[in-house]
Design a protein around this ligand. Structure first.
Ligand SMILES: *[C@@H]1O[C@H](CO)[C@@H](O)[C@H](O)[C@H]1NC(C)=O
Ligand SMILES: *[C@@H]1O[C@H](CO)[C@@H](O)[C@H](O)[C@H]1NC(C)=O
Length: 347
């Protein structure tokens, strides 16, 4: 999902907007619920099948194209910035997910199996997205260096602080590093909850000094779990809808996992927003995870999540990581032209 230029009357913003208008207008964003993409394009089959027969986002009208830009074909290293107060147990869930992406011999259906769909994307030379994703350095910003109310641009300033810190700065790694900024549940971010649960983009040299692909994802637990941690919480305005039990006992963090997965899949295939996306307008690209928003299993689409798995302990998930289970949305498969995931029933 995409947002237009969010023009606030901040002088700084206007100044930068003047020089970077195109860029600021094209920050990607995502929220999983309600599933109401304002489709000017025919990206969901709802349009073609009248909403009743949508099958995992499958659509002959989706024209996902490669726009010749770089993708992540080398080993991918994810550097995390923990902004604000994070509990150790919360960090372990997120690290557990990131460490599962390249795990071998995982129990089927696995997180590594989910990443295999992302690996199907290639660059101009035919090189695939790397299978090798690992956790890099971490930085704690415990004292909320930029406050508890952030804008899209102040997010970049936090990354700048992390890569230029006097002690243990994050490494500068524009070719194979992804920078993941995670904000605690008491941090507000511009458009968080109202329009987005996370976004990815790349940093501006004028702010950070480098062009670094990054993503931000926030913990929605105290602000809008029904929006950003669906289906572990449900929006209050929908009657008779019951939340399902989250696999790691942390509604907000368990909900972040799918958003993090969404952003990492898009960062790997479209890090500079000039590689893999659908749509005619480069300012409003629809990327490989946008196309499968809210789809977690076979039959998913519209407001139905698709078939998920239920553990004997009553938790809902759709894939196994290393020692943990997770619920992660599917991504677009460019070979078969529909959304796919490791828990598909027809595999
Ligand atoms: C969407 O699909 C409809 C029906 O197939 C078609 O008439 C229309 O031109 C399509 N719109 C776009 C923007 O592709
Ligand atoms: C690399 O991408 C091609 C084209 O999508 C695909 O056929 C092939 O299976 C991919 N290789 C791996 C290892 O995923």
């Amino acid at each position: 999902m995409w947002l237009g230029c969010v023009c606030r009357s901040s002088t700084l913003f206007l100044l930068i907007a003047a020089t970077l208008l195109l860029f600021t207008a094209s920050v990607t964003a995502w929220r999983p619920w309600p599933n109401q993409q304002q489709n000017t394009m025919n990206t969901t089959a709802d349009l073609e099948f009248g909403g009743s027969k949508k099958y995992e986002g499958s659509s002959e009208f989706v024209h996902l194209r490669y726009h010749m830009g770089p993708v992540f074909t080398n080993k991918i290293t994810i550097h995390t910035i923990w902004y604000g107060h994070w509990q150790k147990s919360q960090k372990r869930i997120i690290r557990g997910f990131l460490n599962s992406i390249s795990a071998v011999n995982g129990k089927h259906p696995s997180v590594a199996g989910w990443w295999k769909t992302v690996q199907l994307y290639t660059d101009q030379t035919g090189a695939n997205i790397s299978h090798n994703v690992r956790l890099g350095e971490e930085k704690n910003d415990r004292l909320y260096s930029h406050g508890k109310s952030l804008t899209r641009l102040s997010v970049q300033s936090i990354i700048k602080s992390a890569v230029t810190a006097r002690t243990r700065p994050l490494p500068i790694n524009p070719k194979s590093g992804l920078y993941l900024l995670l904000t605690a549940d008491d941090v507000q971010v511009e458009d968080f909850c109202s329009q987005i649960c996370g976004f990815h983009y790349f940093t501006f040299p004028s702010i950070v000094g480098y062009t670094l692909p990054f993503a931000w994802v926030g913990n929605s637990a105290k602000q809008c779990a029904g929006v950003c941690a669906y289906p572990f919480a449900v929006p209050s305005y929908i009657p008779n809808l019951k939340p399902v039990r989250s696999p790691n006992g942390e509604v907000g963090v368990d909900g972040m996992i799918s958003v993090i997965a969404h952003e990492i899949a898009e960062l790997a295939t479209n890090p500079l927003v000039n590689a893999w996306y659908a749509g005619q307008d480069p300012s409003f690209p629809v990327e490989i995870a946008d196309l499968c928003e809210g789809i977690y299993g076979t039959g998913g689409g519209g407001s139905y999540t698709g078939q998920m798995l239920e553990g004997e302990d009553g938790v809902t998930y759709n894939m196994n990581g290393v020692g943990r289970r997770f619920l992660v949305q599917w991504v677009w498969n460019p070979i078969v032209n529909y959304c796919s995931g490791p828990n598909a029933l027809d595999q």
